[in-house]
Design a protein around this ligand. Structure first.
Ligand code: ATP
Length: 258
């Protein structure tokens, strides 16, 4: 284990299961503290997400995972701490500036415009970028053939897995360097989770995308991630290589629920 029972910065794991990253920290979070009134949801959290890797943030309900993503992407303003993207301090940057620098956040809940078709949802989602070439939509459809098949169907007819693919596809149209993904597996059958995580892995391995993945489903997340960060009550408990965490039965039982 790289770091146990503390909230100190730990560079993401040492041995690599897979991934094509170069070990460079693309996203660096240091001493991040966020609160909702008297509730301290994050307490001095430090972690980094390396380029070309999947970093999974794991923990039980209320551990602070969603708050972490919301603070990184500027939806929650931190009490203290810093967030750097490729060396630039973006802690208090406007959301559009963060998107411009290559950060794209897919919140939990799979929000789509129910009455619009899949294709229209992708178009609406890309409007802020001005003109988006046909080939960029084609690329999303190539990545997610299932949503290509459904492209003329209203979004409310999609299954949960198809919706998840649509919101990830929509985020990819922003051409992110790093994708922040909040609980993509929530409520999905294990087979669909494996399919979505497999596609995510391909995006990382083939396109060099970097992913910060927040998941309560630790077993599935660790099976696809390179590095895992375990949160508990707003603090980092441990950061290590995903395989090492998977093999640590005591840790799994104590914090990861399997
Ligand atoms: P979950 O998987 O249940 O979403 P989580 O790990 O994502 O859990 P957070 O949603 O970040 O955890 O919540 C961290 C803490 O902050 C919890 O104690 C939660 O009750 C509290 N909290 C979250 N959102 C709010 C809010 N809008 N107002 C007040 N407290 C909040």
């Amino acid at each position: 284990m790289a770091e146990a029972h503390g909230s100190t910065a730990v560079s993401a794991g040492s041995t690599r299961a897979h991934g094509n990253g170069n070990g460079r920290a693309l996203l660096e979070v240091e001493g991040l503290t966020s609160a909702y009134g008297p509730v301290r949801a994050l307490d001095g959290v430090s972690l980094s997400a390396e380029a070309g890797r999947i970093t999974a943030v794991l923990g039980a309900n209320g551990a602070g995972k969603t708050t972490l993503l919301r603070t990184i992407s500027g939806l929650v303003r931190p009490v203290s701490g810093t967030v750097r993207l490729d060396g630039d301090d973006i802690t208090r940057a406007a959301v559009e500036e963060m998107v411009g620098k290559g950060m794209s956040h897919v919140p939990e809940g799979r929000g789509v415009i129910a009455e619009l078709t899949v294709d229209e949802n992708l178009r609406v989602g890309s409007l802020f970028r001005g003109k988006v070439g046909r080939e960029e939509f084609d690329k999303v459809y190539e990545t997610f053939p299932r949503i290509y098949e459904r492209k003329d169907n209203p979004a409310h007819t999609l299954s949960g897995g198809e919706r998840q693919m649509l919101v990830i596809g929509r985020a990819l149209l922003a051409k992110p360097r790093i994708l922040l993904l909040d609980e993509p597996s929530l409520g999905l059958a294990p087979r669909i989770v494996a399919q979505i995580f497999g596609l995510l892995r391909q995006l990382v391995d083939r396109e060099g995308l970097s992913v910060l993945l927040v998941e309560q489903n630790a077993r599935s997340a660790l099976s696809v991630a390179d590095v895992g960060v375990v949160l508990n009550l707003g603090k980092v408990v441990v950061t290590d290589d995903a395989r090492t965490l998977m093999a640590d039965e005591g840790l799994r039982h104590a914090y990861l629920g399997f």
